[in-house]
Design a protein around this ligand. Structure first.
Ligand code: MSP
Length: 682
């Protein structure tokens, strides 16, 4: 196996998993991608040539079925959701160098080449498979018919097909030897142990084609088979670089960046990345990625945030109310990387106000304002440093030494804690020096040099914080950099100009720009605004939801909890019992009043009659139903949903509707026969 020669310039290739397009992006997807972006930015800031790849995984039975349910072709369906991922990544200021879609021609060509290569080398043969398959995980399950999937608990399907098989069993020993020789290959330790135990348990050959559906890449030369979606998906890491292309520019990119330095993945897909993928690469004679690093899960309401559980929060909501940087900061500060961590709106707002609005943001605006007030915005020559300045410099230098190492070890939470220790030190220094207070016995002329020293020193320390924080707070750090008169931080960082951030970089004579708002304090209604946005989105996109998912999306959650490694994610539940269903009180109601909610283009306010009572319900259907046409109509409502407030109005229940098409347009449930108002649906 060829290693990259040590003399080559330093390069770094980092990837996210490619995301399934059966569901819209949520905070869990954003988390993995933000982590990669922060790492990629920090590598670039060190002057390392970096390639950051993300994309969407668009083939397979799961996508085919989701598209069918939405009444769209798989291609249309995939294009729409893939577009949402792409738009979100740009909203979150992610700097991916490429975005691969597995439906692209360049990918298809590369996957077919990989398949042909493995077949030519004798690692793929034809056989027949009869066994269980989990469509949700796109995973073959070694268990008797009727068994649930051991990973997600959903029912498996029996498939009986003539298939191509990959000789995975031939790689058992080589894989174990590789893990042994490269302890850094699988991280963290817990995942490494799991994978090793799995391989030690014995590897069976792997079915790598399917014939029972069409939405995939055809096996070259035998087009009735499509290539197994995981082989298709994993290959994105090389096809995006140019594997399989004849174009010299692609071949050069592949040569420059392969093998990857880091595949960042969610912990649930370790087996695919640490067993199947290296085996495919070994079989193809290609070098193996240097590391596969697994992040833990973002939990909401104690379960893994996921569409199937229905407990998702969208990244757009947080970005809209608090800004993209706030989300980036929160996720990296709050979650201990590698472990599961809770998301709550309360802890988000608490961190935002504490660390960003009242912390860093407030510090910057005070110092910038004073520099303008006392020195017309021009950094003055400073008199010699005193003890307090020397202490602040020492604190900054100690942070400059420890923060990069903590960041490099992916201990983002601790790294940010360290960096915010410096924010607190600057704050303390300013408060103690109080440059705005002139002691009465001191003349103006005597006071100016002291002010110059304090403001110059505080601004210099802010410069250090800002340079180090840039990979996590790119938008705000760039604003601060400009205010400090230092120009375009994005450009400086991306071109390796921040390689060394030594104390003393802010030169006298530098002209500060006008102050600009950084993190306006989140007021009491911030959480309500985020919940409203989520509700409006849920109501308009997915009108027919279960009691559990509706509650988790709509009801404010328990007080802030910090990242909690001890909270295990519950397995995803596919089926509910009849008792579960009975908890949901579905009833027929008649619309008495329907009107638009002021300042909302999505919400209608309805008053409905349930026979024994009247209710007010808010429904996110304004873009699809004229209010006057609803009056008198009989609808189905979830009657025992906990009340919640939207736009200051209380909603007592939920209207049930089918969610149709890619946009999830609501179509209200109704009856062909006449039904009495108040009747229960069972
Ligand atoms: N398509 C496959 C991956 C193929 S990679 C060759 C897949 N897609 S996925 O959309 O289901 O999930 C992809 C990744 O999204 C996870 O591995 C994880 O990195 C991220 N997350 C999705 N939900 C998450 C949380 N709730 N928490 C943290 N990360 C989550 O699997």
């Amino acid at each position: 196996m060829k290693e990259r020669p040590a003399t080559q310039p330093e390069r770094f290739y980092i990837t996210t998993p490619i995301y399934y397009v059966n569901a819209r992006p949520h905070l869990g997807h954003a988390y993995s991608t933000i982590v990669c972006d922060a790492i990629a930015r920090s590598k670039r800031a060190q002057g390392i040539e970096t390639w950051f790849l993300t994309g969407t995984d668009e083939h397979g039975q799961k996508i085919e079925r989701s598209a069918e349910q939405a009444g769209r072709t798989p291609a249309e369906f995939a294009a729409a959701i893939s577009g949402e991922f792409r738009a979100l990544w740009s909203r979150l200021n992610l700097t991916n160098d490429d975005f691969i879609r597995t439906t692209e021609e360049r990918h298809k060509r590369g996957v077919q080449k990989l398949f042909a290569e493995l077949r030519d080398r004798g690692f793929i043969y034809k056989g027949s498979y009869s066994g269980q398959y989990c469509v949700s995980d796109e995973l073959y399950v070694d268990a008797p018919p009727g068994s649930p999937c051991p990973d997600c608990g959903r029912p498996t399907e029996t498939v009986s097909e003539e298939n191509y098989f990959f000789k995975l069993s031939a790689f058992e020993r080589r894989l174990l030897e590789y893990y042994e020789a490269h302890p850094e290959f699988i991280q963290p330790e817990a995942r490494r142990n799991e994978v090793i135990a799995f391989v030690r348990g014995g590897l069976k050959d792997l079915s790598v084609s399917r014939t029972s559906f069409r939405w995939g890449i055809p096996v070259p030369g035998d087009e009735k088979h499509v290539i197994y979606v995981w082989m298709d998906a994993l290959a994105n890491y090389i096809t995006a670089l140019g594997y399989g292309s004849d174009d010299p520019a692609d071949q050069e990119r592949f040569r420059r960046f392969w093998p990857a330095d880091m595949h960042l993945i969610g912990k649930e897909i370790s087996r695919f990345h640490c067993v199947y993928w290296p085996a495919f690469l070994m079989a193809a004679g290609l070098p193996l990625p240097k590391s596969v690093v697994a992040n833990g899960w973002l939990l909401f309401d104690k379960s893994k945030m996921s569409k199937s559980i229905g407990n998702i929060v969208r990244a757009e909501t947080v970005a809209e109310v608090l800004g993209a940087d706030a989300l980036r900061y929160f996720l990296l500060r709050e979650i201990t990387f590698g472990q599961d961590g809770n998301f709550t709106f309360e802890s988000l707002v608490q961190r935002y106000n504490g660390d960003l609005a009242n912390g860093y943001g407030n510090l910057v605006s005070r110092v910038v304002a004073m520099m303008h007030r006392y020195f017309d915005g021009k950094v003055p020559e400073a008199m010699e440093a005193g003890d307090a300045e020397r202490a602040l410099q020492a604190a900054a230098e100690s942070v400059m030494a420890s923060y990069p190492a903590q960041f490099e070890a992916r201990d983002f939470s601790r790294a940010l804690e360290t960096l915010w220790g410096l924010v607190a030190a600057i704050d303390g220094y300013l408060t103690a020096a109080a440059p705005w207070k002139k002691p009465p016995e001191r003349s103006e002329d005597d006071h100016r040099p002291l002010q110059a020293r304090v403001l110059g020193c505080a601004a210099e320390a802010i410069r250090v914080v800002t340079a180090l924080a840039w990979p996590i707070l790119p938008e705000s750090a760039a604003k601060v950099w400009r205010q400090l008169g230092l120009g375009d931080l994005e450009q400086a960082a991306q071109t390796g100009k921040l390689k060394t951030i030594e104390w003393g970089g802010l030169r006298p004579g530098t002209i500060f720009a006008e102050p600009a708002a950084l993190f306006p304090r989140a007021e009491k209604d911030a959480i309500e605004r985020m919940l409203n946005l989520e509700n409006e989105n849920n109501l308009s996109a997915v009108a027919a939801v279960s009691q559990t998912s509706a509650e988790s999306a709509a009801v404010p959650h328990a007080p802030a909890k910090t990242a909690d490694a001890t909270v295990a994610a519950e397995p995803e539940k596919a089926k509910i019992t009849i008792e579960d269903f009975a908890r949901v009180e579905l009833r027929v109601a008649q619309v008495l009043v329907a009107e638009r909610v002021p300042k909302s283009d999505k919400l209608l306010r309805l008053e409905v009659d349930l026979g024994d009572e009247k209710r007010q319900i808010l429904a996110g259907i304004a873009q699809h139903y004229e209010p006057e046409k609803l009056i008198g109509r009989k609808v189905v409502i979830v009657a025992n949903l906990a009340p919640r407030k939207m736009r200051g109005l209380e909603s007592n229940g939920m209207i049930v509707a089918a969610s149709v098409g890619d946009e999830g347009a609501p179509v209200l449930a109704g009856f062909l026969e006449d039904v009495p108002v108040g009747a229960r649906l069972k």
